[in-house]
Design a protein around this ligand. Sequence first.
Ligand SMILES: [Zn+2]
Length: 307
Amino acid sequence: MENGYGQMGIIEFQRRFRTEAACRKHLLKLRWPEGFRCPRCGRRECFDLPKRKLHQCKSCGHQTSVTAGTVMHRTRTPLRKWFWAIYLVAGDKRGLSALQLSKKLNVSYYVAWTMLHKIRQAMADRNQLYQLRGVIEIDESFYGGKKEGGDKRGRGTGKVPVMIEASTFDCGDGGRGLGFARMRVVDRVDAATVESVIGEDVAAGQTVVTDGWPSYNVARRMGHDHHREVAEPGGSNAALKWVHILASNSKAFLLGTFHGVGKKHLQSYLDEFCYRFNRRRWEGELFDRLVTACANSTGVTYSELTA
Ligand SMILES: [Zn+2]
C-alpha cells in the first residue's frame, strides 16, 4: 500500500477496507508477502478452506489462519473493526481512550479497552526489535504520585520511576539531535536494574551519558564508553537535555488523554508514546506500519491484562 494515514483519508480508507474479505486479503499480503508459508514445516503450498477461513498445508496438514498468532487471533470482533481501531489509533496523536473507541466502533467498553491494549502490545513488541546506538542519554524520571515532597530520586513520594533512554546524533553544527527513545517502568534505579535495562535496550559498545547517580557506573563495566555529567547545583543538566524533554512530553501525553495512569498500565502507554515518537518522520505510513505490527504480534489476553 502506497498511502498511509495522512495521505489516505477516511473515504479512501472506507473504500479499501469495507469488507471482511478486503481486510483479510490485506493481512495475507502483510503476513506472507511472498505467499503462504506453513508455520509448522515452512512449506509453501496449501489448500484454502474458505468457509472456515483456514489454510491447510499440503505437506503436513497443519491448519492455520491469517490471524493465528496475531493480536486478532480468535477475535470475535470483525476485522473491519480492528482495521478501524488501528486507523483511528494511528491517526490520533493525543492517544485514543477506550471510551472514545467504544463509541466510534459501536463495541462495548470492554472490547474497545482490550483492542487498545493489544494494539499497544503490538507497538511494544515492535519497539523491542531495535536497540539504541550512538550517544545515548539515560536518566530516570518519576511519574504520578504526589507533586510535593521527595527529592529528585523520588524517595518516599509514591511516584513510579521510569528510566528514559534517548539516542542522539551529531547535527554537524555542534549540537546534538534526538534519534530514538525507550522508556522503562522500573521498581528502583539500582545497579542491577540499570544493567538489565541497558543490556536489553542498548547495543554493545555505545557511548552512554548519565548524571552522577552511582548505579549508572555499571555502564562502563558493561563495555560502554560512560560519560558522567554532573549538573551545577540548582541548574538543569544540559548533557541530558533530550531525556528531560522526553520526560515532560510523555507526561503531557499521559495527562492530556489518560488523566493519570496506574502503575500497572503505565508501561503500555509509554510504549505507545515511544512507538509514535520513534516514527515521527513517517507519520504518513503509520497506519500501514501499525497493521503490520499487529499482524506480527502475538497479543495478550484480557485475563493477562487484568490479572
Ligand atoms: Zn506444513
